[in-house]
Write a protein that binds this ligand. Sequence first.
Ligand code: ADP
Length: 666
Amino acid sequence: MKTVPFTRSVLLYSGLQKEEYESVETLIMERNIRLVSKISVGIAALGLFFVVLNLILGIENLFPYSILIIGGSILFFMKEAVHEPTGRSAYFYCYALIVIVLLYGIALSMQPSNADSPSTSIIVFLTIMPLTVNDRPYRMGILMFFFTVLYVVLSFLFKSASAFRTDIINAFTFSVLGFILYVSLTNRSVKEIFFGRQAAENERIKEEARIAEESNRAKSNFLANMSHEIRTPMNAIVGLDEMILREAKDDKIARYATDIKSAGKTLLSIINDILDLSKIESGKMELVNVDYDLAQVLNDIDNMTSPKAGDKKLSFVLNAEETMPSAYHGDEIRIRQIMLNLINNAIKYTEKGGVTVSVSYDRPFDMMKITVSDTGMGIRREDMSRLFSSFQRLDETRNRNIEGTGLGLNITKRLVELMNGTINVESEYGRGSTFTVKITQETVDDSPLGDYRERVSRSAGHEEEFIPTLFAPEAKIMVVDDNDMNLDVFCDLLRDTRIKITTAMSGPECIEKLMKDRFDAVLLDQMMPGMSGTETLNKIKEKELAGSVPFIVLTADAVSGARQMYIDEGFDDYISKPVIYEELESVLLKYIDERLLVSREEADRIRERENEEKPVILVVSEDPESLKKAREVIGDKYRGAFVKSEEQAQKYLESHKVEFVLRDAD
Ligand code: ADP
């Protein structure tokens, strides 16, 4: 709710936009209803007073006062019938007061004692006053016109000819004045003349705010679209780089590929931040609450952050209260994101000393508390107010060499707020900072956490060497993507698994191939020209072409909620682009029939056997450099046999079949 001041004059002359007006409308109407209810008591009392006075004075025509008494009383008791402050009944309620007062005025001027006198004041009231006391000049204008006509007709019927003449001249004159007033209330430039520059100025400010809001929305949309578009080519970059890493025999190339991998990760995290921010700004960020194990979360975070602290020679401690409950219900992914943002910042902005993270739980309030303290550069007092703003980086001269976009803390704060939590920071410039997050988290397992590291059996190192565990030569899957580079990436990534891969480049091609063959899973790209992934899936389900084959959507839509959306649309699972091999493997492992999977030992045996069946190239050289080069040249299609001397070569040739022999050039 916007906090726009809503005194009547501000509303009348401020030039509020319709939406803004509506956003304060509830407040205004609640106030109006209260006001009308009070005034109704007042007019009923006034009516009663006049009745008593007239009775004392011996005047008998009490009709006008009875309108006040009856109308006021009805209004007072009708307040309960108003249900919604901005509903129809509320408006009728407020208009009713004006109608009662007008009827009273008309009835008063129609009294026989007034038959000879024109009622100028009543006409002024009818034609002009209501326009100035109500913020809806258009409706009021219509109401006033109706009552003015009614008055003129009654004046014609009940008043003397001379009084009627004056009345009709007055009615005409003041209606014209009323009309001018109406125009001035609704027209900006006239308003400026009548009500001064302030009104026009306010209006200009409102207009600017509206344009700014619109361009902000356009910016969010643009950022969301752009991040989406970047993800698609990233698929090829990350995927092909993974292939280089697996196949590179040259250390230098492997190093380059590792650098690309880490730059890719950074780029991806920036894209994700931008997507998150645009989601949050457009109010589309949703929390996905699940049951989760705290130990796993802490262990993963420890594994992800402590090496970074180690690289900078900082001490790093992540402690959790051993007595705190071990499992909770909440948005695990976002909690990880909050912790990672704060810890990564602490490490980034600390050169000496260390970072301490502590996690605890306050049972009576179901409150999880996460504190991240560092002994780093700290934050200046005057910068504190900008700390959580988007795209704001502080102390730019000092932080020039530190990577960052200024989005992390803004997102963190907004996520914490989405969870109805709080985030606070205490900092001393040059000495360090402490960020404290408090969020309510329900527990699902109250047993004490204990030592989280012990609890998690997984090994500590996260950058383990790549060992495929998925090996299924009998399994068949289909990958559908309109981009052939992405198809290549898929086939390459899965080559070691020996899964038989059929590719298709469009929805119709997928359907055609599905009718001819059976698959263990279909990976379906969402964004394809002609027929999207969802449309293809719908058609397949409609025609019952695939039985129980699982469909996995491939999409650059990586925002929260996207997964559920695709599952609701009928997909069995979801993989976001760029496809990371580990993720792909774990999804496929879920869907490929266990009977088709081969154990790691068996897989190694098969690989060895295949290797043995490859034609052999015999390399004869003493120079380790040449041997290394020869290894690169041989590649995957051949098997190399390496010997150091001609003698050994001869011996080898006697008992083996060799395709080629490579020798050092003299
Ligand atoms: P960035 O991507 O620049 O790190 P953040 O939104 O995470 O963006 O942080 C905004 C700014 O707040 C940073 O540029 C940095 O100046 C300051 N800041 C954040 N965390 C810390 C910290 N632990 N110590 C000192 N300064 C910090």
